[in-house]
Design a protein around this ligand. Structure first.
Ligand code: PXG
Length: 453
């Protein structure tokens, strides 16, 4: 089907409900219809080229246009387009992917439970953590502790784990036995504390919550190593060591949600490797297949897997398409590309530090209150006053303004309130990083012109 942009927009308006979209506002200007992509660039149906500073939705780690991944999918669909792994069956691609995942993750993460998305992975976390404690003879350990402004997905359990007020308000959420503590967002919530003091303080809320609820009721603590959708919040250096110590002092599971941070985003295979975390469960998705096909999963520690295998009988959980042969084959090929082409190593040693150095230069811009980032994740805070950190009124409108200006200049960034976010494909070259930073700078200049006018 090849139509004009206006024709696509009319049909889109008539028939398609978009996720996380204010339809009235979108229909005023019409949706941007993306038609094709190559490397780090997208093209819309008007022929405009856009640099994709977001790798789709934080997922196209190997970049667009990998014909080898298309070929792997085609071959697998020809050979075995579908079979399941319920009821004592399996197929070669699901076994290959599971083995490969146990190799690229920490040694104790020996097993994987496969799903079709990050949300389903976090539903699996809730089911599995509670089931594990039930198998261990502690059925009362049900509570999952999460954090305000976390994002763990959009299903009922995913949205409950997420700490997003707007999501909870629409769905009568969270479901019972999911509670939230504070987030390590020093710039906005640290007050007069140093980042180090604030990191320790906000980590301490985990121990307070465990004590308040009673350890006998707490199943797990879940967190993104770096919050993504919440605004690329890189925690103070004291935060994760303190959380790890608290988890060691208490009998609760640590769940590191690596849906965004995994598969090289920070320059390590997983952010848990960067921060020295030893998660019991580790949800993954996005970069697992670089978004070429939908797939997610939960990495499971040897200890938990043993208990489920030996004590549990049947774990009554699973999705028809989980471990889909084509998705598994593409994910395995994607992991081999990340490994064998040295893409993650390059982010760690070369392009990641270069992106951070260039991105940090934007701190001099009059609109920028703080610059954050690690590896191929970056954020900057748009403020009206650098000294007081005050936002423009109404808050949360300048970010989207800057995002729209950037898109018109040819750069896709994400706005989270007044934070501007980047998460580019990991194959971005130094020259392309220069282009990204130049476009982001121009977008800030134009935003400044508009807020002053
Ligand atoms: N965990 C984390 C940490 C995520 O970022 C999910 C789970 C859920 O994954 P699925 O595949 O079910 O979407 C995510 C997803 C944004 C944005 O605001 C972020 C996500 C998804 C859509 C939009 O930029 N993250």
């Amino acid at each position: 089907m090849t139509l004009t942009t206006a024709e696509y927009q009319a049909l889109d308006h008539a028939h398609f409900l978009h996720p996380f979209t204010d339809h009235k506002r979108m229909h005023e200007s019409g949706a941007r219809i993306i038609e094709r992509a190559e490397g780090v660039y997208l093209w819309d149906t008007d022929g405009h080229q856009l640099m994709d500073g977001m790798a789709g939705l934080w997922c196209v780690n190997v970049g667009y246009g990998r014909k080898d991944l298309a070929e792997v999918a085609r071959k697998q669909i020809e050979q075995l387009p579908y079979y399941n792994s319920f009821f004592q069956t399996a197929h070669p691609p699901v076994i290959d992917l599971s083995t490969l995942l146990s190799e690229v993750t920490q040694d104790h993460l020996t097993h994987v439970f496969l799903t079709n998305s990050g949300s389903e992975s976090n539903d699996t976390v809730v089911r599995m953590a509670r089931y594990f404690w039930q198998c261990m003879g502690h059925p009362e350990k049900q509570v999952i502790i999460s954090r305000r402004n976390a994002y763990h997905g959009s299903t009922i359990a995913g949205a409950s784990l997420s700490g997003m007020q707007a999501m909870h308000e629409q769905g009568g959420l969270p479901i019972p036995d999911i509670v939230h503590i504070g987030q390590p967002f020093w710039y906005r919530e640290g007050g007069d504390l140093t980042p180090e003091e604030f990191g320790k303080k906000v980590a301490g809320e985990l121990e307070q919550k465990i004590e308040e609820l009673g350890e006998h009721r707490v199943a797990a603590f879940i967190a993104e190593p770096i919050q993504g959708a919440g605004g690329v919040i890189v925690p103070p250096e004291t935060y994760w060591p303190e959380i790890s110590a608290i988890c060691q002092r208490h009998q609760i599971l640590l769940v590191a949600d690596e849906v965004i941070c995994g598969f090289g985003r920070t320059g390590e295979w997983f952010a848990s490797d960067y921060y020295g975390l030893k998660p019991d469960l580790m949800p993954i998705a996005k970069g697992l297949s670089s978004g070429y096909l939908p797939i997610g999963g939960v990495m499971v520690s040897e200890h938990i897997a043993r208990v489920i295998i030996e004590e549990g009988g049947e774990f009554t959980h699973g999705m028809t398409y989980a471990g889909h042969p084509a998705a598994c084959a593409v994910a395995a090929a994607n992991i081999r590309i990340l490994r064998d082409e040295g893409i993650i190593d390059r982010v760690r040693t070369e392009t990641g530090p270069y992106l951070q150095q260039r991105w940090a230069e934007l701190a001099d811009h009059p609109l920028v209150g703080e610059v954050r980032g690690l590896g191929f994740l970056g954020a900057l805070e748009i403020v009206a006053d650098k000294d007081t950190r005050a936002q423009f009124e109404p808050s949360g409108t300048t970010g989207p303004l800057c995002r729209d200006i950037a898109a018109n200049l040819g750069l896709v960034m994400r706005a989270v309130g007044d934070s501007m976010i980047i998460s580019p494909p990991l194959i971005m070259s130094k020259e392309e990083i220069d282009e990204l930073v130049e476009l982001a700078g121009k977008a800030l200049d134009k935003t400044l012109d508009q807020v002053q006018a």
